[in-house]
Design a protein around this ligand. Structure first.
Ligand SMILES: C[S@@+](CC[C@H](N)C(=O)[O-])C[C@H]1O[C@@H](n2cnc3c(N)ncnc32)[C@H](O)[C@@H]1O
Length: 370
């Protein structure tokens, strides 16, 4: 289906779903059952733009159907744990109708931009939060002062073309010095810092944001021959999106949403992954690690919100500790949450060179559509 320049697709039913897989015990035991969910084979269907605008099944009303939009706004940043390649699987779970949208671990906002590009957020209140003050400071500068950010980025791109890796480390030193001098990072961010943040993200190793014990950014230079540092139009597009009425972005711990979410609202949680293996380490996006206790707390938060009548999606790695945690929490099953396994491809070690087929967990009270 196409709506103007937006291509919408519907998925064929039934055969794309693989049989249910019981992770531990059977559903009869009252515990949740994990199912294998295959990414659907989506087929396009065509309609005229006018009829689509009146169509109650249009993307704004039915986000599962919005698959590809040539004019979509892609995320500004690369972000470890970004969910772009899982979007086709996630779309099957997006609710048809919802109130406000909350994304409390927003990072690069892959799901937010996906919903936005499908017009599923039109006219809705959107709350984007993250505990990373630099990330939020950068977004706010892009929102409020895009011209100055673009100007600073132009200078950085010229410097990178001339100095490459040497330039990266000079900028990294300057970035840390400016950050050290700031009392409250998110609020005191400047266009120059936001541009440095974007530049370091695009040219640093794997787009990581990592702080050492002193809270200083310490990611090494990436190995890119000609990194795509920025596109001014893209920065302006992100600015317009973040400045839309009803969209807010701020620093907050994820559990703050419990105070705000109302029945019918849609919340997507994408916490830092628990390590899959004993040797892997927690990915650090901030100076504070996300511990197993935090995952437990998030699980409780999801149960509270689901019991309240909110639409909840929580994604995570399929680390045994997480599967056990979700399955052994009686509040999870009582609130109608279930665990699904989604096939995914992603880096499976901290250096990013080993990539492979893995599964991801999705804890949700939304049913998959076929
Ligand atoms: C896996 S990433 C999210 C990736 C995101 N879905 C995307 O598409 O890029 C997890 C995010 O959680 C943030 N975070 C870590 N601990 C947090 C906490 N306690 N409360 C809120 N955000 C937190 C990190 O800064 C990071 O941006």
């Amino acid at each position: 289906m196409t709506v103007g320049n937006i291509a919408l697709f519907s998925s064929p039913s039934a055969s794309c779903r693989s049989p249910a897989l019981d992770l531990t015990r059977s559903a009869d035991s009252g515990l949740i059952v994990a199912e294998d969910i295959a990414i659907p084979n989506l087929q396009p269907i065509a309609v005229t733009p006018k009829s689509a605008a009146r169509d109650p099944q249009s993307a704004a009303r039915n986000p599962q159907r919005a698959i590809h939009n040539p004019q979509s706004v892609r995320p500004l940043l690369k972000w470890a744990g970004g969910k772009r390649q899982l979007l086709p699987a996630f779309r099957r779970f997006y609710p048809r109708e919802f109130g406000a949208y909350f994304e409390p671990f927003v990072g690069s906002g892959a799901v937010f931009f996906d919903l936005l590009s499908a017009h599923a957020l039109d006219g809705r209140r959107v709350s984007l939060t993250d505990s990373n003050r630099d990330l939020v400071g950068c977004y706010r500068m892009v929102r409020d002062n895009p011209s100055d950010v673009v100007e600073a980025l132009e200078r950085l791109a010229v410097g990178h073309a001339a100095g490459g890796e040497r330039h990266y480390y000079q900028v990294r030193d300057g970035f840390n010095a400016l950050r050290d001098a700031m009392p409250s990072r998110a609020l005191a961010y400047t266009p120059a810092l936001a541009a440095m943040f974007i530049y370091l993200n695009r040219t640093g190793f794997n787009g990581l944001f990592r702080l050492n014990g002193d809270g200083r950014f310490n990611v090494p230079a990436g190995r890119y021959a000609r990194p795509r540092i920025f596109d001014p139009e893209h920065v302006f597009a992100i600015s317009r999106v973040l400045a839309r009425r009803g969209v807010s972005i701020g620093v907050a711990a994820f559990d703050r949403v419990v105070k705000k979410a109302q029945p019918g609202d849609f919340l997507y949680f994408d916490p830092p992954y628990a390590p899959i293996s004993q040797t892997a380490r927690f990915t650090a996006y901030t100076a504070e690690p996300f511990t197993l206790d935090d995952h437990q707390h998030l699980c409780d938060v999801a149960a509270v919100l689901a019991a309240r009548g909110c639409h909840v999606m929580v994604s995570n790695s399929s680390a045994p500790a997480i599967a056990t945690l979700y399955e052994s929490n009686p509040k999870v099953a009582a609130a109608g949450l279930r665990v699904y396994r989604l096939p995914a491809r992603r880096a499976i070690n901290s250096h990013g060179e080993a990539r492979g087929e893995i599964t991801e967990l999705l804890l949700t009270n939304l049913g998959p559509r076929h």
